[in-house]
Design a protein around this ligand. Structure first.
Ligand code: SF4
Length: 211
């Protein structure tokens, strides 16, 4: 087993859905050079990690990026991933980053019982692994399909399809309804996968879709 070492890492603020500007990349490169960090890591959450440095350097890097003592832990959605979508990918059916932005504006502030991850894929190939995210969405010709209760961790679970053929506003509204129901009924720290395992899917869908 590799030995633990006292160095640490920072997940940098800024990138959302893996979209970054040249200016941001230059600022990251400058910070890495300033602290003699030879390698950066692109994380599975589409963010940038600077790793393998001292706690003192970690604090200085947070300061460089205007984060004070370090970023506050989110109380709700941990991150939103989105694939390139129809705007950039030849297979894309719907525009994932545009939907990701709408989801971010509407959902990020909802307090939730546990870490919650969102994956948005522009077509049924599901490059953002939407079936194993707490809240997953993928695009088809007629709109979005919403999935709830997936998990890719140590006890994986394929999420349940809640509805198909939703436009942007409808999928955001349904996602909000699912998260609010989860927040009101889940145990503290209970992930959506475990919550859905003890939930009657038909009743859940009836409550969410009103039929
Ligand atoms: S999910 Fe579809 S649209 Fe998104 S990157 Fe993969 S192939 Fe392209």
């Amino acid at each position: 087993m590799p030995a633990q070492h006292p160095k640490t890492y920072n997940i940098l603020p800024g990138p959302k859905m893996g979209l970054v500007t040249p200016d941001y990349l230059e600022a990251v490169a400058a910070a890495a050079r300033r602290h003699n960090i030879p390698l950066l890591k692109l994380t599975s959450a589409q963010r940038i990690a600077i790793g393998g440095h001292s706690p003192e350097a970690a604090a200085a890097i947070w300061h460089d990026f205007g984060q004070g003592e370090g970023p506050k832990k989110p109380v709700g959605i941990h991150y939103i991933q989105a694939c390139p979508g129809a705007h950039w990918c030849k297979f894309g059916r719907q525009d994932s980053p545009v939907l990701g932005k709408k989801m971010e504006e509407t959902l990020m502030s909802i307090p939730l019982p546990a870490k919650t991850k969102v994956g948005i894929s522009g077509c049924p190939m599901n490059c953002c692994e939407s079936f194993v995210r707490d809240l997953g969405v993928f695009g088809k010709k007629n709109g979005w399909t919403l999935i709830f209760g997936g998990n890719g961790g140590g006890v994986p679970r394929i999420g349940d399809i809640i509805a198909n053929d939703l436009d942007d506003d409808s999928v955001v509204a349904l996602a909000k309804k699912c998260l609010r129901h989860y927040a009101a009924n889940a145990r503290k720290l209970e992930r959506t996968a475990r919550f859905m395992e003890r939930t009657d899917l038909q009743k859940f869908k009836e409550a969410m879709l009103g039929n």
